[in-house]
Design a protein around this ligand. Structure first.
Ligand code: 13P
Length: 293
């Protein structure tokens, strides 16, 4: 059974290598299969991220079982499998973090960004204590992203940019392993041109010694992403565009063959998702970072 990769090792290796690890949101067999195929095809480490939002689709134990099964299958077929992490994305409840820890996730994100600062610290620190006791690492968020178009996870969202001094204090007080920051990306598609506050990102990076995480990857151009990577971003989350590509392809299939079987609709979506994922891996400067495998 292939081992999953340690979260902080993946992110710190990425920081040293000048790229960001892609974290793709997953919610079914097809999206997990696409993420692993994209990783193998591009010889790139990836993080498979199950959002708390998608617990009605799949609980952590199911995600872990699918990841293990597919990785073992790829290995049996003689494919070189890059490091893969399994992450809980945007959990608001410590119980859900515990569930993911028990299921063998490599990292969890506790999102207390909507809470007053001290409550965010308290919640995050409690999750860090439990996770670290089990060898699991933690991402937390300070500041908040605006909701763009077609965002499924966040219908509304007041933008609150991360304060660099508060970021330093937050990391020191909580002991988190990675910090998600708000510097102008949005969850979903941008309503206009993306405006990323690169100076703010540089100021956070100068004060914080853990890898930084950028949420709201969808629609962010390659050039801007490279600028973010140069300022400490080691992981970028992508969700909306992957789903849009899958749904578009399924709609096309249904228009061409209205009586298509449900089983076929899942299958046609996988290569579409894989293509979008590979495109983001390239945008993050991560494609082929493991040439030896
Ligand atoms: P997008 O939907 O904008 O790609 O954002 C994904 C995300 O940040 C998941 O946490």
């Amino acid at each position: 059974m292939p081992e999953l990769a340690r979260f902080s090792s993946m992110l710190r290796t990425a920081q040293r290598g000048g790229y960001a690890v892609a974290a793709f949101n997953v919610y079914n067999l097809e999206s997990i299969a696409a993420a692993l195929r994209a990783a193998i095809a591009t010889r790139t480490p990836v993080i498979v991220a199950l959002g708390e939002r998608y617990f009605p689709n799949m609980r952590p134990a199911t995600a872990r079982a699918i990841v293990d099964t597919l990785l073992a299958q790829h290995a049996r077929e003689g494919q070189a499998v890059p490091p893969v992490g399994l992450h809980l994305d945007h959990a608001t409840s410590p119980e859900h973090c515990s569930e993911a820890i028990r299921a063998g996730f490599t990292s969890v994100m506790i999102d207390g960004s909507h809470l007053p600062y001290r409550e965010n610290v308290r919640l995050t620190r409690a999750v860090v204590e439990e996770a670290h006791a089990h060898g699991v690492e933690v991402e937390a968020e300070l500041g908040g992203l605006a909701a763009g178009e077609a965002s499924h996870e966040f219908a509304t969202g007041e933008e609150a940019l991360t304060d660099p001094d508060q970021a330093r204090e937050f990391v020191a007080e909580t002991g988190v392993d990675a910090l998600a920051v708000s510097v102008g990306t949005v969850h979903g598609l941008y309503r206009g041109e993306p405006r990323i506050d690169l100076d703010r990102l540089a100021a956070i990076h100068a004060r914080v010694d853990v890898p930084l995480v950028l949420h709201g990857g969808s629609g962010t151009p390659a050039g801007l992403l490279r600028e973010c990577v140069a300022r400490g971003v080691a992981k970028v989350n992508v969700n909306t565009e992957i789903s849009l590509a899958a749904v578009h392809r399924i709609r096309e299939e249904l228009e061409a063959r209205p009586r298509a079987h449900f089983a076929e609709l899942g299958l046609v979506a996988v290569p579409e998702m894989e293509e979008v994922m590979k495109d983001y891996i390239r945008r993050f400067g991560a494609a082929g970072v493991l040439p030896g495998i």
